[in-house]
Design a protein around this ligand. Sequence first.
Ligand SMILES: [Zn+2]
Length: 313
Amino acid sequence: MVINVHAHLGHKNHHSDAFWNISARFYSNLMGVPLETIRKQMEPFQNYDAKLFVEQMDAAGIDKALVMAVDFEMNSDVGEAPWSIEEINHWVVKQANEYPDKLFTLCAIDPRRGERAIKLLEKAVVEWGMKGLKLHPTAGYYPDDPSFFPLYEKCLELDVPVYSHTAATIGPPFMSKYADPIYLDSIAAKFPDLEIVLIHFGSLSYHLKCAEIMFTRSNVYAELSGYQAQALLMPEYFLKNLRSILDAPGIKPHKDRLMFGTDWPMLETIMDQKNWVDWVKNIPEKGKEYGLKFKQREIRKILIDNAKKFLKL
Ligand SMILES: [Zn+2]
């Protein structure tokens, strides 16, 4: 069994035209490809539904997955999408409900939506069965703003965790400074019973900060999506770091709190889900090339056991 705690379902109407145009210009510049070519390549990213995802998760040997949308729309350069944030999250729920034994959902909300965010979260969890709150602070907010505390108190009341993006790799107009995990540390300190998941485990810039935060915050967890790029381009660096982090102590050992994720479909062009699952399964063998010892049991915790426990499956 493999459990993926981070993947996306999406539809063109989840974002404004401005979002699609800004994204196309960014990828065109990044990859040196004409704008029209990029627009064509982006078409699959405008309708990635549960049917497509489940086909690909089956092929990758992934048994269960947490799926979610993203709420970028409060960013002033992006603007509201054709669908409301309620409609977007409900679409994700309806998609996931087609595969009730495989898919679970998170409710993506920008906490700047205030009272509306609290009402939506409550409905999402109580009526729709969603499993937690998903934040993407790069849209333009520090997650430890005290005006968001009532939303976190609602998470506690509903007994669901907060998942938040922590990685500096983000295209314009989104801003990496808001992805610094130190602002989640403040929430973890203020709400020691609130479970917080550091999405992407800080990636290249913030992973040591994530590890350090987890040392004293037993309510903080992490997942490894996004590391496909490091695994491909700098495997020795990735494996040495992973070895150190698995060995790190803490109130709750780090090795019991790291989970597996893919961020599908975002990283498919770098390393597809099947290759990423196989890469992680093969870490004990790969480690030997660099004189590093990994036990199958440690990898099993990342791929299965930690998420199973965390998601109460
Ligand atoms: Zn994501």
